[in-house]
Design a binder for this molecule. Structure first.
Ligand code: AMP
Ligand code: ZN
Length: 674
């Protein structure tokens, strides 16, 4: 039997190992062990801590999550103020700043600089006492900020306790300053998800990042995939770094993640080179940056320069020029998508912008064309919107051909000639000829066969085009009735390829249920929502029979989505297609959750409202699901129980009206204890 001291030592060793590998993985991007080995260490620690809860400390790597949501953030005063930065909007202003520095330190004195990319995120300061993270706060107004420690703890690259640096001890008090940001790839994924659930999208990675870190529920923060670059530090200690670059190195040794693109420059020429290089190269980074922060390296020089009331004189933020390019509109193509929506696309004379060649830009809709008065042949300015998608920002009227005419938005569908329509609440025109418009028919079938849907090999854009044009198919279900002879009738088609295609189609008949739902191309239902629906419905019949209330009661399904689903299944063409799919033997159901049958709460739907004293709502939800029950976010006729905690919301009224059984916290606890 281990003694307590042995266990304590074992726990400490495990924590050190985990912290070290965590640092290699998240802060250094250079892991030495596999994820699996890492998970094994983590599990071992968790188990030991569960058996010995008195040995859990707040800096244990197991404590990064688990805190409960707070009502609001506490205001905290910063021990050292966080300054803002003066800007230099062009090279001239940068030179102006340099000339002012030269007044204090005339030639031939040396002035060295550190150049850092200015990451567009949320500034935070992290306090460590005796090596332990004690507080993390937002910059706020520079003097007071908000205490967001629990949220910051969920970010893996933020050390909970500091490492011992080489050849020195850990300073007694450390304040590390850095920028929290959301990588562009994560931002795009998050928006894609929000699009599909009908939630409003974030305008840019900055908003997404600062919105995520200021979530009251740290579990939301954890899901959002945030990261940090640390770019400054204050140390209370008898030995301190003598230069900013050494500060960064010390911070790295203590376990922080610094931006690998930070560079020490010997003179202002090197600074300018750095700025010009990153003005172009920034678009290859997975984070948004809008400039370069240039800092005087020597801390004695910094001290001599001092501060104005709002910013240090020893630093400046050089802003990248906005990326724009002038090019010509060759023609405007109204493009019809699989849902019938018409998006005007400007085809441009190729131009280099933000490191890529731009040939096309979206003009969004007819209103936008009118607003900008874009005409064919115009010279237009294009820029990368939110640094990502090209957009036409303005027309140069001086370069306009005097004979040009305002662009006439087509009144009929360019693909099928049907008169375009516009619904009151929508900005886009659409072609109402859902079944007959070749662009929509092709789009739907292509989507059906796509990677995220039924994943049918060989059936891509050109194959679908040929099949539709030859009138061999008109909807996805027709694919399953194609014969070898049909395929052989296409141009340049051999026996072998034809049978490959038929096989691939036949093999797609029993794809997973979520793929099938996605493949249908229901309005507002994408990959993620399809996945969610597949977990709530067992078969397509069940989904088809679901009404608006029960659909919108599902957590993650908004009203727009619910309406889209209900309307979809009412469409006679859809009903006809489903019949054809069924007769062809396409699997139209998922796997029944078997074990759920015999669980105590199976078939029961719960809604939670108000605050529970003994557990969080998420925890309550987990318990219900574990016992086979379902959770939904709104009360409907199909709700079995409303669990009402303290300060219940309007759901309580609705439940009373609909005669739904209401449980208080004690009754609920009794129910789950059975
Ligand atoms: P401003 O908000 O324009 O006054 O600029 C100051 C802000 O720049 C700071 O609060 C940080 O959020 C941000 N920033 C981003 N990168 C850096 C960096 N490397 N050094 C200092 N500040 C930075
Ligand atoms: Zn059409």
């Amino acid at each position: 039997m281990d003694t307590k001291i042995d266990i304590k030592r074992q726990i400490e060793t495990l924590r050190n190992k985990i912290n070290y590998h965590n640092y290699l993985y998240y802060a250094k991007d250079a892991p030495e062990i596999s994820d699996r080995e890492f998970d094994a260490l983590f599990r071992e620690l968790k188990q030991l801590e569960e058996q010995n809860p008195e040995l859990i400390t707040p800096d244990s790597p197991t404590q990064r999550i688990g805190a409960v949501p707070s009502e609001k953030f506490e205001q905290v005063e910063h021990k050292y103020p966080l300054y803002s930065l003066d800007n230099a909007n062009n090279e001239e202003e940068l030179t102006g700043w340099y000339n002012r520095l030269r007044k204090t330190f005339p030639e031939p004195q040396k002035i060295e600089f550190v150049c850092e990319l200015k990451v567009d995120g949320l500034a935070v300061t992290l306090s460590y006492d005796n090596g332990m993270l004690t507080r993390g706060a937002t910059r706020g107004d520079g003097r007071t900020g908000e205490n967001i420690t629990t949220n910051l703890k969920t970010i893996n690259s933020i050390p909970l306790s500091l490492f011992q640096p080489e050849s020195r001890h850990i300073p007694e008090h450390v304040e590390a300053r850095g920028e929290i940001y959301m990588p562009i790839s994560s931002f795009e994924k998050l928006n894609e998800k929000r699009r599909q659930t009908g939630e409003p999208e974030f305008a840019n990675p900055r908003n997404a990042g600062s919105g995520s870190v200021r979530q009251l529920d740290p579990r939301v923060t954890k899901e959002r995939d945030l990261d940090i670059f640390v770019y400054g530090g204050v140390f209370e200690d008898h030995t301190k770094p003598g230069a900013h670059y050494e500060t960064i190195q010390l911070l790295q040794q203590l376990g922080f993640r610094a931006n690998p693109n930070t560079r020490l420059c010997e003179d202002i020429e090197q600074v300018k080179e750095y700025c010009n290089h990153w003005d172009e190269a920034r678009f290859e980074l997975n984070y948004a940056t809008d400039g370069v922060v240039v800092k005087v390296n020597d801390l004695n020089q910094q001290e001599e320069l001092g501060y104005t009331s709002r910013s240090p004189r020893w630093a400046i933020a050089y802003k990248f020029p906005p990326e724009r390019a002038l090019t010509k509109v060759v023609y405007i193509e109204p493009s019809v998508g699989r849902t019938g929506a018409v998006t005007p696309i400007a085809h441009l004379e190729p131009v280099k912008l933000a490191g890529t060649i731009v040939k096309r830009a979206s003009l969004h809709n007819a209103d936008e064309i009118k607003r900008l008065d874009i005409r064919i042949g115009d010279k237009v300015w294009v820029k990368k919107a939110a640094e990502i998608i090209p957009k036409v920002i303005s027309v140069d009227p001086k370069k306009r051909n005097p004979d040009s005419m305002p662009y006439q938005y087509p009144e009929t569908c360019p693909e099928c000639g049907t008169r375009l329509e516009r619904k009151e609440e929508e900005v886009a025109f659409h072609c109402p000829n859902t079944m007959g418009c070749p662009a929509q028919v092709k789009g739907r079938i292509e989507y059906w066969a796509g990677r995220d849907a039924m994943d049918i090999e060989w059936v891509g854009e050109s194959m679908v085009n040929q099949l539709v044009e030859k009138r061999l198919i008109n909807d996805p279900a027709d694919l399953y009735y194609l014969t070898i002879e049909d395929i052989l009738s296409l141009e340049r088609m051999g026996d072998k390829s034809a049978s490959n295609i038929i096989n691939a189609i036949q093999q797609s008949k029993d794809r997973a249920f979520n793929r099938l739902i996605n493949a249908l191309g229901i309005k507002y239902v994408g990959k993620e929502t399809a996945e969610l629906l597949s977990r709530n419905f067992y078969s397509l019949d069940e989904l088809k029979n679901a009404d608006f209330d029960s659909l919108s009661a599902i957590d993650g399904i908004g009203e727009k989505v619910a309406e889209g689903i209900v309307n979809f299944f009412k469409n006679p063409h859809v009903i006809d297609m489903l019949e054809k799919l069924k007769n062809a033997g396409v699997k139209l159901y998922g796997q029944k959750p078997q074990e759920a049958e015999n669980l105590p709460l199976s078939q029961k739907t719960f809604v939670l409202t108000g605050t529970l004293k003994s557990m969080t709502r998420t925890r309550a939800g987990d318990i219900i699901k574990k016992l086979g029950g379902k959770i939904s976010s709104g009360v409907s006729k199909k709700t079995d129980y409303l669990v009402a905690g303290e300060d219940p919301g309007s759901k309580l009224e609705k439940a009373k009206k609909l005669d739904v059984k209401i449980l208080n916290e004690i009754e609920f606890c009794e129910l789950i204890a059975k």
